[in-house]
Design a protein around this ligand. Structure first.
Ligand code: ASP
Length: 317
């Protein structure tokens, strides 16, 4: 039995292992672990306490995928519900659909009996307000929601040095089944309705028992364009080792063109339980925990630098 998570999975990885040790499925473990990250108010990139969009609304993205049959559930731009991973799992279980967004996702969450909660915490609101006060002219700020050209101000979100983050959980249970889950509040100060890679099967996550599983954090727009999580698993399907598969997926990201290229990271396991983490940063780590270990351990990610470029001055166009 195995769990691997992004660094911020620390608050949930032990509970997830308890689920596996208690005979729970990989899907149960992934959901249980991610719920604890979503509930952590100090994590401003996931769930309750996440940083809001440009208008100060917290919009959450999450998805879960079962490697035994490739069933998946996802929600995007979900407002007012603190456990998007559980709503995503209900989409998988109850609907013939895979992915609900916005109002439809919120309606479904209500129908499934999930409790509503105001997700914008005071520290997150203060940081949002401070950022906007620093970067926006006072007259724009006073009527932000009514701006006919809100798109011009998304530049404060698209600075790659600014806050973002996501949680990744991959589990392999006693039966050898793989599951993967991803949850995020996306890019801080994003344009309303923006959905990143995290809830997109093939981009932010992928699991197939026959080959392995992968999950991403970082610049979601890049993982969407390169279908990164699926690529890692697909390269394993084509016979590459897990490390070679990761290197090929990073090379694909490095081949992307366009005006907005920044950092990317992923974690992956193969069907034999070998695991790796990749990052375009030098100092990145991930967590792993097997049933033979007393506590989770941290492992360095293999660093593959990616070409970066980030166009500024949207408002000058
Ligand atoms: N991948 C996430 C997104 O694009 C953000 C992140 O992981 O930093 O929404």
């Amino acid at each position: 039995m195995l769990l691997i998570t992004s660094q911020n999975g620390k608050v949930g990885i032990e509970a997830a292992m308890q689920v596996l040790k208690g005979g729970g499925s990989a899907m149960d473990a992934v959901e249980a672990g991610i719920r604890l990250v979503e509930a952590n108010p100090d994590d401003h990139s996931v769930g309750y306490g996440g940083y809001p969009n440009l208008l100060g609304e917290v919009e959450l993205d999450a998805a879960i995928m079962d490697g035994s049959d490739l069933t998946s559930g996802a929600v995007g731009a979900l407002k007012g519900y603190p456990y998007p991973i559980s709503v995503a799992r209900k989409v998988l279980e109850k609907l013939p659909h895979v992915f609900l967004v916005g109002e439809g996702a919120a309606r479904f969450a209500a129908e499934m009996g999930f409790e509503r909660r105001d997700l914008l915490t005071e520290p997150a609101r203060e940081t949002w307000e401070k950022r906007l006060r620093e970067d926006l002219p006072p007259d724009v700020l006073a009527h932000l929601a009514e701006q006919p050209d809100l798109w011009r101000y998304v530049e404060i979100a698209t600075d790659p040095e600014r806050a973002k983050g996501t949680t990744n959980f991959i589990a392999q249970d006693a039966r050898g089944n793989l599951a993967v889950g991803v949850s995020t509040s996306g890019w801080a100060w994003k344009y309303p309705g923006r959905i990143g890679d995290s809830p997109i099967v093939g981009a932010g996550l992928y699991a197939d028992n026959r080959y392995g599983a992968a999950a991403c954090t970082g610049t979601g727009e890049m993982a969407i364009r390169a279908a990164t999580a699926h690529s890692v698993v697909f390269y394993m399907k084509m016979g590459l080792s897990i490390t070679e598969a990761g290197q090929r997926a990073m090379a694909d990201l490095n081949d992307l063109g366009g005006r907005y290229l920044s950092g990317m990271n992923f974690i992956a396991v193969d069907r034999a339980g070998n695991h790796v983490g990749f990052s375009s940063r030098t100092d990145a780590t991930y967590l792993y925990f097997t049933d033979a270990m007393d506590a989770p351990a941290e492992a360095p990610r293999l660093c593959v630098p990616l070409r970066e470029c980030w166009e500024k001055n949207l408002s000058a166009d």
